[in-house]
Design a protein around this ligand. Structure first.
Ligand code: F6R
Ligand code: MG
Ligand code: MG
Length: 373
């Protein structure tokens, strides 16, 4: 029986230094200490803590399956402790994403974002974890389609017989809370038709069609739906498996050679260019951005993240590479172009996407003053 291993990437904005721009050291320390203990207790077998902007990211590998209450409680408790610390330090937005008070067995629907996959380990299992700040789950529709559906991006779709059968995409309709599975290449046009509407339809899972091998999962939280109002964008995370009959690492990364536009940025209400960065540069500054994305590569091996001689998980910071300088340069240029337009569309999101910001309040205030023409 092949070994089953679970990769859980759970993230939360628990407070930030100097605005919503970066997670400070004391909050990492809380996450690190608690995960160290969880490892000693045998709850997780490997972990890695990092940040993207103001989001604290817990990458955990364990054997307990998806939506495991103990793993979710571990994450929830860490976020609570970190939020308490943030409150003590009077950091900004302390506990921002902790939208519920009592833990209910699963952090889904409580504020934190989750991407989890239970896999049967292959002979060798390369994995990429992506995390972005100042944007939302729909931001991954475009690269996920490029990686798993577009033969002009992924040579393997054309050249590798193991991929020739294509991939199946689970798409969520976040307005009507429904799901549909579409298969590429046969249903490619319908898929693009849906997922081009990035604010509503989101890719949540992808399988290899010929054998249902799970290849990618994304977080699809809608914080505004949980809180009933705008409380920040749903900065997304995703996990993608690579190689050997799946897209190669390079095919997974090549969509990020150019910047592209995502919804989010300042006050979650603007289109902004996504900037691929190393973790060190994953801090949101200019107009609270531009929205940033990091990619961490690792190997899942024998129920753990493959580790070095000192038992430290080996993590590759994949955008720490001059090959992405062009995308970063583009992101800065696009950002300056958009900001020249100020609060005019298409720099600003459309009203529908802003429904949880103050615009409805402005309209409500002016309601009485509108006269028939
Ligand atoms: C967007 C984000 C920031 C804040 C902005 C205003 O997701 O986190 O752009 O919306 O800095 O923040 P407040 O309202 O807390 O002053
Ligand atoms: Mg924040
Ligand atoms: Mg954030």
């Amino acid at each position: 029986m092949p070994r089953k291993t679970t990769i859980s990437l759970i993230k939360c904005d628990v407070g930030s230094l100097a605005g919503h721009h970066v997670v400070p050291e004391p909050l990492f320390n809380i996450a690190g200490m608690n995960l160290k203990k969880a490892k000693e207790d045998g709850l997780v077998s490997s972990y890695h803590v990092f940040n993207v902007g103001d989001d604290l990211q817990l990458l955990m590998v364990h054997g307990r399956g998806e939506s495991n209450p103990e793993i979710h409680k571990l994450a929830w408790d860490i976020f609570q402790k970190a939020a308490d610390k943030a409150l003590k330090l009077k950091l900004y937005g302390a506990g921002q994403d902790l939208l519920k008070t009592a833990f209910s067995g699963n952090v889904r629907g409580m504020g934190p974002g989750v991407a989890e996959m239970e896999i049967e380990e292959r002979g060798s299992d390369p994995v990429v974890a992506f995390a972005a700040d100042k944007t939302s789950a729909g931001a991954f529709n475009f690269p996920l389609f490029r990686i798993f559906g577009d033969p002009m991006n992924t040579a393997g779709l054309v050249i590798d017989p193991d991929m020739a059968g294509g991939f199946k995409f689970e798409v969520l309709d976040t307005v009507e809370d429904k799901r549909v599975v579409l298969k590429c290449p046969e249903e490619m046009y319908a898929l693009v038709g849906l997922i081009g509407t990035v604010g509503r339809y989101m890719i949540s899972r992808i399988w290899r069609a010929r054998d249902e091998l799970l290849c990618a999962v994304g977080s699809v939280t809608k914080l505004s739906k949980i809180a009933g109002k705008y409380v920040g964008k749903d900065d997304p995370v995703m996990i993608v498996r690579a190689q050997h009959g799946l897209p190669a690492l390079g095919e997974i990364l090549v969509p990020f050679m150019h910047s592209y536009f995502v919804a989010g940025w300042m006050r979650g209400s603007h289109w902004g260019p996504l900037m691929p960065v190393q973790v060190k540069d994953a801090k949101c500054t200019v107009f609270d951005g531009p929205p940033r994305i990091v990619a961490l590569g690792f190997q899942v091996a024998n129920g753990k993240i493959a580790s070095d001689d000192n038992e430290k998980p080996m993590i590759a910071d994949l955008f720490d590479d001059p090959a992405f300088d062009m995308a970063r340069r583009e992101a800065v240029e696009y950002a300056s172009m958009l900001r020249r337009m100020g609060e005019f569309e298409p720099a600003r999101l459309s009203v529908g996407e802003m429904e949880y910001t103050t615009l409805p309040q402005i309209l409500a205030k002016l309601k009485e003053r509108f006269e028939p023409t």
